[in-house]
Design a protein around this ligand. Sequence first.
Ligand code: CAA
Length: 379
Amino acid sequence: MAIKNITVLGSGIMGHGIAQVSAMAGYKVNLRDIDQKFLNKAMQKIKWSLEKLTEKSKITKMDAEKYINNITPTVDLKTATKEADLIIEAVPEDFNLKKKVYGELEGLSSENTIFASNTSTLPISELSSLTSRPQKFIGIHFFNPPQLMKLVEVIPGIGTDEIVTKELTAFVKSLNKQPVICKKDVSGFIVNRIFIPLVHEALYSLDRDHVSMEIIDSAVKYKLDFPMGIFELADYTGLDVIYKASFEMNLRDKNVLRMHPSVKVLFDKNELGQKTGKGFYTYQGENYERINLTPEKASQYDISSILGVAANNASWLLENEVCTKADLDTALKLGMGMKTEIFELVSKNGTEKLVRHLLELEKCEGDFYKPNDYLRSIV
Ligand code: CAA
């Protein structure tokens, strides 16, 4: 089936970016949200992003105009979905909200329409069971900002037709993105299984080591080769996204992360990060802004617990054959901008030292830190 018309449900950080990259690949996109004011903000962000790309000569002014014209913002669900070949759901990460949205979609589009969820953590098979088309249901998980991040995780559920996985993989490639197949429908898939637990672990490191967030973030940036610090990245992603993703992951798998209460505290205070002007850090406004991180600050911090938790979850993914090692490396490079492969970082920091550190943490703070067998096997 040829995909021509796309509908994106939800115009937030991910929805507007997915609409933009689809429009840039020549698709006609209906961008739907429940309130015109959300759509206005989304269109403003798309214009800002296209201007940035024009400034950098990645596209021309004429291209930018054409891309904007490929997007129709609308609050009307019926017109938004009537002609859709592919509906990408990108509403907030709340199972009950997604259930409501899939309920509303019933009967609105053709039986050939593919439903794809951009869920960051919810198992695809669980979501597909909310619809009458599990065979035409799949996960396609983009990364923030979708305009710049090359990775898209493709996650087939138990009932997904093989042909739908093939069509969606081809669709992702047509957006000039790199698909990685997540072979098992596990909570958090590949990248979030590493990223989300690190936000909590960075908070525990803060409690344990009494250093500043900038020091931990600098160490993450300069010793782990991340493009951003972990608190900086959490603010950039949004504490609402982090909290909801953590909640849903923790509900399904108690071993994947160790919940730190501060994430919920910030969420409850509506201190959601860059988009509200305050999260872990304080910002000037809603625009893209970076934290000043330095190699000097990085040198003041031993990164073992953060790297240990990341390595443990990466080992779990390999041990459970969720992805190959090559796909894990591609996913972390293109989905989080990590410049060095995770097991190379482990080896650079001393695998044995890291395992000993995790064993210490296990003794003092509990089973969560128990070194994974795969990690132990490479000592
Ligand atoms: N469109 C166009 N341009 C954009 C943009 C957008 N949406 N967002 C930022 N830019 C621009 C910036 O304004 C900046 O422009 P100037 O050079 O004019 O200042 C330029 O891109 C580069 O920004 P930086 O100088 O800050 O440089 P950078 O090299 O660090 O790149 C980044 C920025 C790509 C965001 C990089 O920091 C990065 O990869 N960060 C990590 C992001 C990440 O991990 N994302 C995944 C989060 S997890 C997730 O999304 C999954 C989930 O389900 C929760």
